[in-house]
Write a protein that binds this ligand. Structure first.
Ligand code: FA5
Length: 359
């Protein structure tokens, strides 16, 4: 086709097609694509105008004017349609569903303390009310403070690899066993007594570790330790403090009983049982039904205690002829389970939000 005919046909086709193409474009993207088909870098009109030089001289001006005119028409129509589409979109937005600014916002979940930490704070508070100081001790501890200074003989079963997590360290076997994860918080007794002189009343709570794992024993658990040393401290002080403490936590009518028991660092040593708060047999006065927690006895063992052994005082430089004191240690996990009716200790360490959100 000769160039004149190509111009005639191209301008005619362009003029007849752009309007429909723009009308049919339903959004800005389609409109821009349609515009590009005519006046884009490789659009039909652009390509035609690139052939202007091929036209015979006497027709060049005429076709030049007609091409420019069409280009301007297309540009005007493009912008008119663009404005129309924007207005229609705004209209649709305004007449569509309204934004309800009164809807409640998206809440940000509020964090809270873990039930074990809550219990720990509640227990410590009771002792602080009674005038005890709060102390801390390291979880990675010396064998000496965990066992030796507390009067454990070197071959005591608790010092065995089967019961205690030892921390590997370089050197010979005896050195390798010199550092461990503390198996109880009684270490704080040693540390505080080495650092301070009587009178003192101290309480401390934190993580402890043993090679245990079942429904009521976990490899990591939490203990709370308390002790008091002065001139003239007796077992009566121990009974008074512990009975008050347990009744503050579990209720004024809670029965508490003391039984003899053995720990190397106390003499005499005892264990304390409290009435089972699950079956509350002391309130019902009968043994009807077998309680899984207390096995029908009506009592739960809750802590170990006793009068601090003179040998411990010697190890920390106190005069055993002059000073006396009591100490006790309890499982914070067990108290948390009893307070909240938690059936398995593992729940306290599983960090499952379905469990934790109930507190
Ligand atoms: C002691 O650890 C002594 N240090 C307590 C003590 C302190 C006695 C001061 C006298 C004077 P015992 O091994 O019984 O004692 O542990 C105390 C409590 O820790 C237990 O009653 C139990 O509630 C808790 N406990 C022990 N092992 C575990 C475990 N693996 N998981 C969870 N709780 C445990």
């Amino acid at each position: 086709m000769d160039v004149v005919a190509a111009f005639e046909e191209g301008l005619e086709r362009g003029a007849s097609e752009y309007r429909t193409a723009f009308e049919e474009a339903e959004d800005e993207q389609a409109l821009r694509a349609a515009n590009a088909r005519f006046v884009g870098p490789s659009g039909a009109l652009t390509r035609l105008m690139k052939r202007m030089r091929e036209l015979p001289g006497e027709r060049r001006k005429e076709f030049g004017q007609r091409s420019n005119q069409l280009k301007q028409e297309i540009a005007a129509a493009f912008h008119a349609r663009l404005d129309g589409l924007a207005a229609a979109a705004r209209e649709a937005e305004l007449s569509g569903p309204h934004l309800d600014v009164s809807l409640p916002g998206r809440g940000r979940p509020v964090g809270r303390l873990h039930p074990l930490t809550q219990t720990k704070h509640d227990l410590l508070d009771v002792f602080v009310e009674m005038g005890f100081d709060v102390a801390d001790g390291p979880e990675v501890e010396k064998h000496e403070y965990n066992f030796d200074k507390l009067g454990f003989p070197p071959d005591h079963p608790a010092t065995d690899m089967q019961d205690t997590f030892f921390v590997a360290s370089e050197g010979v076997e005896s050195e390798a066993r010199a550092v461990l994860l503390r198996t109880h918080t009684s270490t704080v007794q040693v540390r505080e007594m080495l650092a301070r002189k009587p009178p003192l009343a101290v309480v401390s709570a934190g993580a402890t570790f043993r090679r245990d794992d079942d429904a009521t024993h976990s490899p990591m658990f939490m203990q709370l330790e308390g002790f008091m040393v002065d001139d003239g401290i007796t077992f009566a002080h121990l009974k008074g403090v512990l009975t008050h403490f347990l009744q503050r936590i579990f209720g004024r009518d809670l029965p508490v009983r003391f039984r003899p028991s053995y720990f190397p660092f106390v003499e005499p040593g005892g264990e304390v049982d409290m009435g089972c708060t699950i079956c509350r047999r002391w309130q019902r006065g009968d043994a009807a039904g077998e309680c899984r927690v207390c096995k029908g006895t009506g009592w739960i063992e809750i802590l170990g205690c006793g009068m601090i052994h003179p040998v411990v005082f010697e190890h920390v430089g106190y005069d055993p002829e002059r000073h006396t004191g009591f100490a006790f240690g309890l499982g914070v996990d067990r108290i948390t389970m009893l307070r909240h009716g938690v059936p398995h200790l593992g729940l306290l360490y599983g960090n499952d939000p379905r469990f934790l959100n109930q507190f």
